[in-house]
Design a protein. Structure first.
Length: 107
């Protein structure tokens, strides 16, 4: 399983426009839970204007303690600290850049 996450924005069209998207294995969800203090799923439907800060703070926590999070690397080899950190950083930056967007998610 994986997290497919996108940012969407209402343009007035019948469907929102997807302006950013990414995907990463859910095998690293424990790392994000530890760094964010909650599930990444909790951000589903959240406005980027409210999510960019907490996501960036979570990425900073992961970056500050690499060995702590590397110890959480999945045993099956699907995903790792470096990829999970990059995914979280990218999501935080996308939310910062597109503050009017909303986070969409499928996991």
């Amino acid at each position: 399983m994986s997290y497919s996450i996108w940012l969407e924005i209402d343009t007035g069209a019948p469907e929102p426009a997807v302006i950013w998207e990414s995907n990463y294995t859910s095998n690293c969800s424990g790392m994000w839970w530890e760094a964010l203090g909650r599930s990444l799923r909790d951000f589903q439907g959240a406005p980027c204007s409210e999510s960019a800060g907490p996501l960036a703070e979570g990425a900073q926590r992961m970056q500050a303690e690499p060995e702590r999070y590397r110890a959480m690397n999945p045993e099956n080899g699907w995903g790792d600290y470096e990829g999970a950190l990059e995914f979280l950083r990218d999501l935080a930056e996308a939310c910062k850049t597109h503050s009017r967007a909303v986070i969409g998610m499928w996991s």
